[in-house]
Design a protein around this ligand. Structure first.
Ligand SMILES: [Zn+2]
Length: 137
């Protein structure tokens, strides 16, 4: 690292996932002009575990079932749900990604719980549990 940067816990967790799946997150070290993946995991850390599970399944399937190696091109939150964009995926891979995106809509983006989830729609949708929504205010 050229410059000193204080890493927050969130960044440390994010880096762990990006490094755990170097093939899927190959573009994470790309330039801003080349890939949106340079922004890293652009969502709350409550979804990191979900992303971890998704990537584990995808990579396992790639390695054992002759699926093509895909690369994530952007991972972000949109309309209260996870968006996991790739450079092209098979129907099988799409199904896994779709399911993870669906589950994210029932998972607090801040703490990861699946209990007491609410989606507020005043202006923008944010998927949070009742407790996190209170604390955020
Ligand atoms: Zn929460």
């Amino acid at each position: 690292m050229k410059f000193k940067e204080t890493l927050t816990d969130r960044h440390i967790e994010e880096q762990k996932i990006l490094k755990k799946y170097p093939k899927i997150f190959k573009q994470a070290s790309g330039k801003v002009t080349e890939t949106c993946m340079c922004w890293g995991l652009d969502c709350g850390e409550g979804w990191y575990q979900l992303i971890d599970i998704l990537c584990h399944q995808l990579q396992f399937d790639i390695d054992h079932n002759k699926q093509p190696q895909i690369e994530a091109t952007q991972v972000k939150e949109k309309f209260g749900g996870l968006r996991f964009y790739t450079n092209g995926s098979t129907d099988r891979q799409d199904a896994m990604i779709d399911f993870a995106e669906l589950v994210s809509q029932y998972t607090c983006e801040r703490c990861g719980t699946m209990k007491d989830i609410t989606q507020n729609k005043n202006g923008w949708i944010k998927t949070l549990c009742r407790k996190c929504r209170k604390e955020k205010k």
